[in-house]
Design a protein around this ligand. Sequence first.
Ligand SMILES: Cc1cc2nc3c(=O)[nH]c(=O)nc-3n(C[C@H](O)[C@H](O)[C@H](O)COP(=O)(O)OP(=O)(O)OC[C@H]3O[C@@H](n4cnc5c(N)ncnc54)[C@H](O)[C@@H]3O)c2cc1C
Length: 822
Amino acid sequence: MEILYFFILIFTVLILAYNRAPLLVAMAIMVGLTVGWTELRHLFYVPSWFRFANGIVAVTLIGFSIKPLRRLLISDRVFSLYRKALPRMSETEQEALDAGTVWWDAELFSGRPHWKRLLKTPRPQLNEKEQAFLDGPVEELCRMAEDWDICDKHRKLPASLWSHIREHRMLGMIIPEAYGGLGFSAQGNSAVIMKLSSRNLTTAISVMVPNSLGPAELLLHYGTEDQKNYYLPRLASGEEVPCFALTSPSAGSDAASMNDTGIVCRGTYNGKEVLGLKLNWNKRYITLAPVATVLGLAFKAQDPDGLLGKKVELGITCALIPTRTAGVTIGRRHMPVGAVFQNGPTQGKDVFIPMDWIIGGQDRLGQGWRMLMQSLAAGRAISLPALGTAGGKMCALMSGAYARIRRQFNIPIGNFEGIEEPLARIGGRTYRMDSARLLTLVALDQGERPAVLSAIVKYQLTEGSRQCINDAMDIHGGKGIITGPGNYLAHAYQATPIAITVEGANILTRSLIIFGQGAVRAHPWLLKEMQAAADPRPGARKAFDKVFFSHVGHIITNLVRALLLGLTGSFATRSPVRGPTARYYRQLSRMSAAFAFTSDLVLVILGGRFKFKEKLSGRLADALIHLYLGCAVLKRYEDDGRPEEDLPLVQWAMDDSLYIIQESLRGVLSNFPVPGIGRLVRWFIFPFGASYSQASDRTGKKVARLMQSENDSRDRLVSGVYISDEDDASGRVHRAFNLVLKSAKAESAIRNALNKHVTFANYKELVQKAVETGVITEEQATMVRLAQEASRAVIMVDDFSRGEIERFEETAFRPVVNAAQG
Ligand SMILES: Cc1cc2nc3c(=O)[nH]c(=O)nc-3n(C[C@H](O)[C@H](O)[C@H](O)COP(=O)(O)OP(=O)(O)OC[C@H]3O[C@@H](n4cnc5c(N)ncnc54)[C@H](O)[C@@H]3O)c2cc1C
């Protein structure tokens, strides 16, 4: 009996916490229960300790409800400690943290995502104009962009491709139609980059960079009317080729530490003496710089002579400089691996520019870093995620087909379980990457600039692409390794580190930015708490008290939710849908609570020291990333109309994400720097130990199977990539795949009748015999012959004569001809 009352008390408290009952409501309920139980003792046995315990909880809650009392006893003391512990931040760090908006990431930090809100967000869709553009000029550009020719014969983007890009205003996708651009949505922009990336990275990057963070994006948001009217039409038409120079030899990831300067001074411009800046810079790695006509430049402005006022260090500033300006050095090339887009260094020596070359004019002096950080969120969520997804899709398309075409031990290699594993990884990851790409684009098209989510998709989709291409290389064996016009993988494999490194190198993005920025921006209370603690005004303590106790409630609720959901296998929470995906919503709710609690634990216990715990931060980032990816997968499944045949992909992706979330959180707790705490919390969050495991072999088999046949699910998985119908490296694979599938029945009839496998070596003879004995029809025979010839064309790799290699070496590094200007 006593034990029953004990459980009633615990259950009451847990239910109040689980439902995040407001303090006053919880207090009223506990007071009511105390009074009620006291009265009920006249009717049946109610132990006195139980009534007393109810009373204690009620009194504690009353105490917490009396603000002056709780301030005196708790929050004012915490306020003082908090102030001392607040991490010091540089202005640039603060501006980076403040940039962009918060979207679905806030729901994940809340520990209780509002699924209906997610499901209500619009379906991703291209408009008619964008679709026509993809089917017309983009398809045509893909056809022109022969990978081997561009990378190995020309070692630059040929002039004919530049002309096509200009003619169709592809450099102006983000520029509104009013300025002569295409005015595409984020969806449209991403779809173009994805399709181009699936064909040739050099072409894709050359189009992508002017449509990402650079002069056009900065002008659109911050330019003066004169600057917009002058530059935007010229950028849209391709008359101007832009680049943006931020990185210096001394300042890579820590870009704000650049030594490039602009000294405020007087100088001569157009024959008149005007106020301006004398610039000196040394930048490197700048994409399109060797062919750029206008250079966007970030530098540190200084006013040592006090021409503008007393402040000497004015801060990072962005300007647009025509590359023909006296003192500008530009034109030398770096040679990135695997791609031959234009990239190079640039220097400037005492280059004088008038004030109105600053983007946004003189008023924007010193605001460059904020401008860059604000603009980064949008571009970062579009270009590289599109490129990464294209990588995944091409790996899925080509590896599935190749695994079906290539036979060893007389069966297609895709039938071996060892090959099924990497195939399934490619399929599941690609489905997940594309889902995240699409969901993030919907947010952008709704006007969001989601800073944390853009870092997530940049990191995860480029990393995912790397994982896919590694698996694809293994599946292809020697076919992937031998270069030549017949190799459709090698350049993408070589070029993979480019996307990993640019726009925030991935290690830094994972270990410092994603969780670090997410915790401050997307957490429901942390930023408000920090702002209240940093507020020097007298009312700050009061504001802090309110936020602090809300935060405490948030922590308690998430702990209780994580525990109860863990104990009940998540059946205590509801899914917004029925059917096979319902359980995933419930499991994500559970993991969201577990993540939110673990995050708070780390933040509260480590405080400012957390900034230096990158391994913990990286693991928390992994958990946050996979929470987001999981949501994106579930949303996509709904958007696609819940196609049953896509379930293996959904299941693979969801099982994998849940497993990664679990292992990341367990990793945080196992490595928690305060002894004992990690183990204790692990018991609460994972009461039955590790409950998620990686996708099952059965699911993997289904994924691998759907990638090796022609079906709607495979079409959806790879939709949006360029599918060549020509006699080129990838076109040959598509043709062979189609023929192999069509001839499979006939081949198996031959094998059964003649007791021999059909191979390149014997197919002519076997097919002839099979026709003569009536095993197959003449029509089937033709199909088998075509399939064998097409397969042979895929399996063969290139070889070169000594003379060809010598000629190739001679031309490999010949001086650069400026194609864009030529
Ligand atoms: C092909 C290419 C094109 C580019 N295009 C442009 C362009 O158009 N304009 C432009 O301005 N720049 C451009 N860049 C520069 C690019 O943005 C930088 O390369 C990038 O910022 C990284 O700088 P870094 O290469 O000097 O690496 P480093 O900063 O030296 O970093 C080396 C490694 O250390 C890691 N790291 C650094 N700090 C931390 C930290 N605090 N915690 C954990 N890990 C950390 C990084 O993640 C990375 O893995 C380009 C670079 C390349 C290679």
